[in-house]
Design a protein around this ligand. Structure first.
Ligand SMILES: *Cc1c(COP(=O)(O)O)cnc(C)c1O
Length: 414
């Protein structure tokens, strides 16, 4: 039997991988191990040609007729339905638009309006900052009728009380990768009379979801992480069917109107998920998102999850075996089933070590103050990639390569 930690074993695991052929759906540069699909998904092989078709053919050739002839107008809904399949929602419950931050504002405001006699909008410490900032801004705007609170994760359940209007949580934590039990927390929120909003940025395309069965009221998520939609890709939002006509978006733009081309001066919301749109759909970016979503065609999320857990576990085991002496502290759970598609370590020199790694072709990222984050996008990462990344990290540590002062200079984006 070959050594578990050998290159040969990693190759054997790649050979046995049911998802191995999906890598050809992406253009990845030679010689790079890309462990940052959790921040910016890789480029699908079909995206550039599709963008060219939309720009030269549709926009250039058919000009404004394209809104009808190329179905531009309905792209937010068409893509929403494709995302729905990936996140376990029904057709008509998801729409692709705006950014995650903007969508969060829109859905939390709606949820709050459905609980007018309760003030508290509750989240947890350690949530992604933009989520907390959006809640702070919303509460400021709502004045005395709303209040903002965050609690440590361990106190979350007990903090959901009779004054809680809305609970806002990120399903997979961006730093630790810890996964919340969506069904249990949603149920508890409902038992207490509150509504719940889930941020799926690190979940969509990474872990199987079942929003309907798990009781989500509203959700938002990213297009540019595991969904491979490209930098600044449109995000998505989900509204459970039961709430769709109960509230209106606070951003009452014309695309959310029942009939935008009536040009009536009175806002009259669309009778479905489309009332959550605001301005004109971003056609070129939506085309890129569409190609990103196509990388999931025919893919079973259960296979994605199984491979994602195995990749993370292989990485952790290799780190223990080969880099145990270098002070890397696991900053996520070792229990694969309680972790999203990422592994993080804290290290006092994490920033410089990550810059050295990136320089040597292994791309992960760094989250202040000391977290090195490695994402494993199972559609295009394999076991040999994991093996190589640990080998290269070992070379960097053994040779003190990271001590080069060039690696200490902070860039704008980490
Ligand atoms: C990536 C991420 C966002 C990003 O929001 P944008 O508005 O797209 O910049 C928001 N929330 C979470 C939890 C994220 O991981």
């Amino acid at each position: 039997m070959s050594d578990k930690f050998s290159l040969k074993n990693a190759q054997a695991m790649d050979d046995a991988d049911v998802l191995k052929n999906l890598r050809s759906r992406f253009n990845l540069p030679d010689g790079i191990v890309y462990l940052d699909g959790n921040s910016l998904g890789a480029l699908p092989s079909s995206t550039a040609a599709r963008i060219n078709t939309v720009v030269e053919g549709e926009w250039g050739g058919d000009l404004i007729k394209s809104w009808n002839s190329h179905n531009w107008m309905n792209q937010p809904r068409v893509l929403g339905d494709k995302i729905a399949k990936i996140i376990g929602a029904a057709a008509g419950e998801v729409i692709a638009c705006d950014s995650t931050s903007v969508n969060l504002f829109k859905v939390v405001a709606q949820a709050k309006s459905l609980r007018p006699n309760r003030t508290k909008i509750l989240s947890e410490e350690g949530n992604f900052p933009t989520d907390l900032y959006v809640l702070q801004g919303l509460v400021k705007m709502l004045g005395d009728s709303a209040s903002y609170a965050t609690v440590p994760t361990a106190e979350l359940m007990s903090a959901i009380d009779k004054d809680t209007a809305v609970v806002v949580l990120t399903h997979v934590n961006f730093k630790s990768g810890a996964i919340h039990d969506m069904a249990a927390i949603s149920k508890h929120a409902h038992d207490m009379g509150a509504l719940i909003v889930w941020d799926l940025c690190h979940s969509a395309g990474a872990v199987p979801l079942n929003l309907s069965a798990d009781g989500a009221d509203y959700a938002v998520g990213c297009g540019y992480k595991y969904l491979n939609g490209g930098p600044g890709s449109p995000a998505f939002l989900y509204v459970a069917k039961r709430h769709q006509t109960a509230a209106t978006s606070p951003l009452t733009g014309w695309m959310g109107h029942a009939n935008p081309f009536e040009f009536s001066e009175q806002y009259n919301p669309a009778g479905d998920i489309e009332r959550n749109l605001c301005g004109s759909p971003v056609i070129i970016a939506l085309a890129a998102l569409d190609e990103g979503l196509k990388t999931f065609d025919g893919v079973d999320m259960a296979d994605v999850r199984e491979k994602s857990m195995a990749l993370g576990t292989f990485f952790i085991e290799l780190m223990e075996e080969k880099l145990g002496a270098y002070g890397f502290e696991l900053a996520c759970t070792k229990e694969a089933s309680a972790r999203g598609s990422q592994v993080s370590y804290s290290h006092e020199h994490g920033y410089a070590i990550m810059q050295a790694l990136i320089d040597k072709g292994v791309i992960g990222d760094f989250r202040a103050p000391d977290i090195m984050r490695f994402g494993f996008a199972p559609l295009y990462i394999g076991y040999v990639d994991v093996w190589r990344s640990v080998e290269i990290l070992k070379e960097i540590m053994d040779g003190d390569v990271w001590k080069n002062p060039a690696y200490a200079t902070k860039s704008q984006v980490t």
